[in-house]
Design a protein around this ligand. Structure first.
Ligand SMILES: *Cc1c(COP(=O)(O)O)cnc(C)c1O
Length: 229
């Protein structure tokens, strides 16, 4: 467990950095912070809640399930941000996350839609884009993203698509990271006519750059849980 004052300082720092980055874009550009708890224990999530944070992300269904259960008494908003295995779909549906950010193929969307239908349920989702074309990452290719997005919207009525999620290129070269964010944002803009309103990009190392490129939802984990600067 991290000292509460350190957690407060880290959270304040992240919030101020987001604030400055969004104001550089526009006063009207609102950015949501989803704190990612996968590296930390449940006490720190409760502390973040006591500091005012409400939206939390997890990348494993198992961990999401146990945390949602343990923190049931708190009015938290849960996001699923990891790779969803087919055998965990029903479990995720029962958890009723506020937003499932990681639909990474048409095939997964169809399987999820089918199970949502069987449970007479719906889910808010984002399509995950592999904007840097990295082998190690999940997500659809940028060239196919618009077609797949529209196909999911047509064929999967139980899935309510709200936009895109992407992880920035994994490199220290800022221009390459920027390219990957711009690729995602361009596709997001062309999907606004199809109802896309969320452009989820930016993590601890690159959220300011992501906001400069138009992100309106950042997912921040490790920057919050550092014990020192
Ligand atoms: C872990 C994770 C994050 C947070 O990463 P940090 O670099 O620790 O901020 C954001 N998005 C996804 C999809 C993740 O898996």
């Amino acid at each position: 467990m991290i000292d509460k004052e350190i957690l407060r300082r880290n959270l304040d720092k992240v919030i101020w950095s987001i604030e400055e980055a969004r104001l550089r874009v526009s006063e009207h550009h609102i950015v949501k912070l989803v704190t990612v708890g996968k590296y930390t224990d449940i006490e720190n999530i409760e502390t973040l809640y006591s500091l005012g944070q409400r939206a939390f992300g997890e990348n494993q269904v198992q961990q999401l399930e146990s945390r949602v259960g343990e923190l049931e008494a708190l009015p938290l908003e849960w996001h699923f941000i990891g790779t969803l295995q087919k055998n965990k779909i029903n479990k995720l549906i029962d958890i009723k996350p506020s937003l499932m950010q990681s639909i990474d193929s048409l095939e997964l969307a169809i399987a999820l839609d089918k199970k949502l239908s069987a449970k007479d349920s719906t889910m808010n989702c984002l399509l995950q884009l592999n904007s840097a074309g990295e082998e190690s990452k999940s997500g659809v290719e940028p060239q196919k993203a618009i077609d797949i997005y529209q196909e999911i919207a047509e064929r999967c009525p139980r899935i309510h698509l709200k936009g895109l999620m992407s992880i920035g290129a994994h490199t220290d070269d800022q221009s390459v990271v920027k390219d990957s964010f711009e690729t995602t944002h361009k596709i997001y803009e062309s999907l606004q006519k199809d109802g896309a309103s969320i452009c989820s990009m930016g993590m601890s190392s690159d959220f300011e750059l992501a906001i400069a490129c138009g992100s309106n939802l950042v997912r921040v984990g490790s920057a919050l849980f550092r014990e020192s600067d």
